[in-house]
Design a protein around this ligand. Structure first.
Ligand code: NAD
Length: 281
């Protein structure tokens, strides 16, 4: 029985993950190194719950009790009571390995440790712990409260029991599951990131303007937004990190990140979250 959930990282994804767990009756311990990110996460969660209530998706009365279930902390040791941990810190492999090793020493031996990584091998993350059979990928989509899908990724050592617990938990959150084996990019990013990267190449080569590329793909392929708008939404640093994982993981030049993407990340143009990417916000 999963009652208390630890969420590590209070950025775009961590705040959304905390939101859906709190709304479905779980106690949430939300951890981040940054005090300002924690404060921002609480404000965003409240704002998004209000929006859901206004749309009639949830009763207004659910909001105060859901918010009261979230406790923020900057101390990882406070996550010890969690039955289930979901990590959603920055997409940087050495950081994730360090966090999982530390979390492994803090969490109850029975606790399951999940990662929301977009692209880092679950098997590798699991190997940083002494409980690889209790490590699994639980890859939420952005924005978490809105998007129906969760990809569940089985690491090489993930046990059937761990896998089934995560499947049950996803159902409790009202999510649909797509199950993937542990290969670079899993399912969604394996297909999505090369498409975004190709859109960036089209911009880089002067094929068309950002607006035209997005209009073409949005109206021509019936997507809710164009690939460059989506890249800004995901975060260009995250897009680049995933592109590099595909490139390194498959050793295939077809996955090479566009130099324009690299340059924009170097310039600090990270998309929506930094106020500037392919568009200004
Ligand atoms: P983000 O930059 O919005 O948030 C990352 C958070 O991690 C920040 O709040 C940061 O303060 C925190 N952090 C950094 N180092 C930390 C540490 N040592 N301990 C605790 N917290 C730390 O990033 P995001 O978009 O929320 O992405 C988080 C994860 O979710 C990544 O693995 C990413 O690949 C994955 N993901 C992202 C998306 C997306 O669309 N953005 C979708 C699915 C999965």
């Amino acid at each position: 029985m999963i009652n208390t959930v630890a969420v590590l990282g209070a950025g775009q994804m961590g705040s959304g993950i905390a939101h859906v767990f709190a709304l479905t009756g779980h106690s949430v311990l939300l951890y981040d190194v940054s005090e300002s990110q924690l404060a921002r996460a609480l404000a965003v969660i409240q704002q998004n719950m209000e929006r859901q209530a206004k749309k009639g998706d949830i009763p207004q009365s659910l909001i105060p009790e859901s918010l009261a279930r979230i406790t923020t902390t900057r101390e990882m040791i406070s996550l010890a009571p969690a039955d289930f941990c979901v990590e959603a810190v920055t997409e940087h492999e050495p950081l994730k390995l360090e966090i999982f090793a530390k979390l492994d020493s803090i969490a109850e031996p029975s606790a399951i440790l999940a990662s929301n990584t977009s692209s880092i091998p679950i098997t590798k993350i699991a190997s940083a712990t002494g409980r690889p059979h209790q490590v699994v990928g639980m890859h939420f989509m952005n924005p978490v409260p809105v998007m129906k899908l969760v990809e569940v990724i089985r690491g090489h050592a993930t046990s059937e029991e761990t896998f089934q617990t995560v499947i049950g938990l996803a159902a409790k959150l009202g999510k649909e599951v797509a199950v993937s084996q542990d290969y670079p990019g899993f399912i969604v990013n394996r297909v999505l990131i090369p498409m975004i990267n190709e859109a960036i190449f089209a911009l880089y080569e002067g094929v068309a303007s950002a607006e035209d590329i997005d209009r073409g793909m949005k109206l021509g392929t019936n997507q809710p937004m164009g690939p460059l708008t989506l890249a800004d939404f995901i975060g260009l640093d995250t897009v680049l990190a995933i592109a590099n994982v595909l490139y390194d993981g498959f050793k295939d030049p077809k996955y090479r990140p566009c130099p324009l993407l690299v340059k924009m990340v170097n310039a600090g143009y990270l998309g929506r979250k930094s106020g500037r990417g392919f568009y200004s916000y």
